[in-house]
Design a protein around this ligand. Structure first.
Ligand SMILES: C[S@@+](CC[C@H](N)C(=O)[O-])C[C@H]1O[C@@H](n2cnc3c(N)ncnc32)[C@H](O)[C@@H]1O
Length: 270
């Protein structure tokens, strides 16, 4: 647990998030969710087949996946404050089940963001998959946090901040990620997690990551002065999460000005 009072609260809770979330009624201002893909991992790949990686149980039929999605998305709805937001990150193969599940809840879909990345698995007879879907959902469409970070000096709206719904960090790849740890098969970049946290929460807010994986959201929140609780079903990731999110080390949150720097250069130099 943090000792310096300037640090934010950070915590890791193990178990099934559908069972755990009911204890956190209206607690969170922001929830980040990168759910299991619901497809079996290809263990013949040189990366996931290697002994360095611990793979999690990830096999669902279409119907099971939609019901699972509905259950955890509904649990997130109840765990969010009235002005709260949920970000759901998903590959294209399960996005239809997730969208169908969202329609069954009371969430409002504000944006459907595409994250374009440059390390898709090479393919000869089809297009290389090089994007993810990110759904930005809110409980109340008239009352939610949105703090744009981007201003383009080359447009008429000089100096005015706004955000676009296609994200791309050309300098980023998994090989140069200073925070990536071996052992977890699917890790989101800190630059992406920090963007979500900065836009959809304020310093001191409570953030939840309902599928912590390697713990990137915990680290992003600690760096940005948000209180954070990460949930994870698989106890085998405990050491990975604690290493990546620097449990036990003091992290004094960035100042507002430092936090505004969104370039990857500043990200890589941290
Ligand atoms: C796609 S990964 C998340 C990766 C994470 N965003 C990162 O950057 O490392 C999904 C994670 O959810 C966990 N998980 C699966 N079902 C869960 C459940 N019902 N409750 C909590 N965690 C679960 C898996 O063990 C896996 O670590």
């Amino acid at each position: 647990m943090p000792t310096d009072k300037k640090e934010s609260h950070y915590e890791l809770v193990f178990g099934d998030v559908i069972e755990l979330l009911p204890k956190y009624n209206e607690k969170f201002n922001l929830i980040v969710a990168d759910p299991p893909f619901g497809l079996e991992f290809d263990k013949s790949s040189h990366e996931y087949g290697s002994d360095d990686y611990v793979l999690y149980e990830d096999k669902f039929s279409d119907k099971e996946y939609e019901d699972f999605s509905y259950n955890w998305i509904s649990a997130c709805y109840d765990a969010l404050a009235k002005d709260g937001a949920l970000y759901v990150i998903s590959g294209w193969t399960r996005i239809s089940e997730i969208l169908d599940a969202v329609k069954r809840t009371k969430f409002h879909l504000i944006n459907h963001i595409i994250w374009f990345f440059g390390w898709g698995v090479f393919a000869r007879k089809r297009y290389v998959t090089s994007h993810y879907h990110i759904l930005f959902l809110v409980k109340d469409k008239n009352n939610y946090c949105f703090v744009p970070q981007f201003s383009n000096p080359n447009t008429k709206r000089k100096g005015e901040k706004y955000e676009e719904d296609v994200w791309y960090w050309p300098e980023y790849n998994r090989g140069n990620d200073p925070d990536r740890v071996k052992a977890h098969p699917c890790q989101l970049p800190l630059v992406l997690l920090e963007k979500i946290v900065k836009i959809s929460s304020k310093p001191g807010d409570w953030v939840g990551d309902v599928f912590s994986g390697s713990g990137g959201t915990i680290l992003a929140c600690r760096r940005l002065g948000r209180n954070v609780i990460g949930f994870e079903k698989n106890k085998e990731y405990e050491a990975v999460i604690k290493q990546k999110a620097k449990f036990g080390e003091v992290i004094v949150p960035k100042s507002e000005n430092e936090a505004k720097k969104t370039t990857l250069t500043s990200f890589l130099n941290n």
